[in-house]
Design a binder for this molecule. Structure first.
Ligand SMILES: Nc1nc2c(c(=O)[nH]1)N[C@@H](CN(C=O)c1ccc(C(=O)N[C@@H](CCC(=O)O)C(=O)O)cc1)CN2
Ligand SMILES: [Mg+2]
Length: 298
């Protein structure tokens, strides 16, 4: 059997960044300079890396950005005060608080404190609710949006397909299920969400035409989970020990790529699949926020 073709997230993300750069130029001609603020709390090396990556890409597409690095022991009140100030500032279009947060901070209260019109992560309950209803004048979470966009750019149809999602996180599994259920192009799927308390996990996965692994367990999905010719999307990232690498670790996806690429029809590499798409959609959402600030309230 032929090997799976790659769903190249890096390549597609670059295409999207190019479109974003053009949109930024159009906004600049109208006197709007899109601007995003990234808030990071404490010292969490992966978060530091992801925020740096976001900032670098923002700069490349012409979006102004600022990072606010708050100490590990910042209080909930101080975070809320920073958000309040950013909400009030009309020169700022997008606000993002990098997750995960230290235990003493409430992700829920923080998501709720971001003005939904600046919530480029799409984590505010208003945006999540609107997404569930299929509204468009809102923000969808970037990883689910990136997965759908990746399938779209490779013209992989989802209509009527069995989509199985492994993992029910608030930032990937749950919103992705809502997205694929919509009555729209690159949705209209039959969606199953499988999680740690599900029974017969492997059997559910074996039925998938499109299998999305988002549980964060290195190489959990082995080839016996995958139907021949299925489309496999690998979201999870784990850092696993690797004495041969200078950092002492390497990135491992949820999927056993080497084995599954022999039976799938399409597969995302990891790294180089969903991750870059997440950042591309984030900057696209930032442009959307700047466009909405031109006077389309929601
Ligand atoms: N506020 C948010 N927090 C988090 C989100 C999010 O969407 N909003 N998602 C993840 C982390 N994340 C973005 O923030 C993210 C993770 C990974 C990548 C990425 O491009 N990874 C590279 C590999 C990089 C490496 O580790 O060496 C890849 O997949 O190729 C982008 C974004 C949790 N927090
Ligand atoms: Mg889970």
């Amino acid at each position: 059997m032929e090997e799976a073709q790659l769903l190249d997230g890096r390549l597609v993300a670059e295409e999207i960044h190019k479109e974003t750069r053009e949109a930024v130029q159009r906004l600049r001609r109208k006197g709007i300079l899109p601007c995003v603020v990234f808030i990071r709390v404490g010292n969490h090396p992966p978060s530091e890396l992801y925020v740096r990556m976001k900032q670098k890409k923002a700069q490349e597409v012409g979006i102004q950005s600022e990072v606010i690095a708050l100490p590990e022991d910042v209080t909930q009140q101080e975070v809320l005060e920073s958000l309040d100030r950013l909400n009030q500032d009309p020169s700022i279009h997008g606000i993002l608080v990098q997750l995960p947060l230290p235990k003493h901070l409430s992700e829920k209260k923080i998501a709720l404190a971001i003005d939904p019109r600046k919530d480029i992560d799409g984590f505010h309950p208003l945006n999540l609710g609107k997404m569930l209803l299929g509204e468009k004048d809102c923000f969808y979470p970037c990883t689910p949006l990136g997965i759908q966009e990746l399938l779209k750019r490779y013209q992989i149809e989802t209509e009527g397909k069995e989509v199985v999602i492994l993992g029910r996180s608030n930032i990937v599994g749950k919103p992705l299920a809502a997205l694929f259920l919509q009555k729209s192009k690159y949705a209209n799927a039959t969606v199953t969400v499988v999680h740690s308390l599900s029974q017969n996990i492997k059997e559910h996965c074996q039925k998938a035409d499109i299998l999305v692994a988002a549980l964060g367990k290195a190489h959990f999905v082995t080839k016996d989970f995958v139907k021949p010719k299925a489309v496999v999307v690998d979201v999870g990232v784990s850092r696993i020990a690797d004495p041969s690498s200078p950092q002492g670790f390497k990135i491992a996806g949820d999927v056993d790529f080497a084995e599954i690429k022999k039976i799938a029809s399409w597969i995302t590499p990891n790294p180089g699949g969903v991750g870059p798409m997440t950042i591309a959609m984030l900057l696209a959402n930032t442009v959307k926020a700047a466009e909405l600030s031109l006077g389309h309230p929601f």
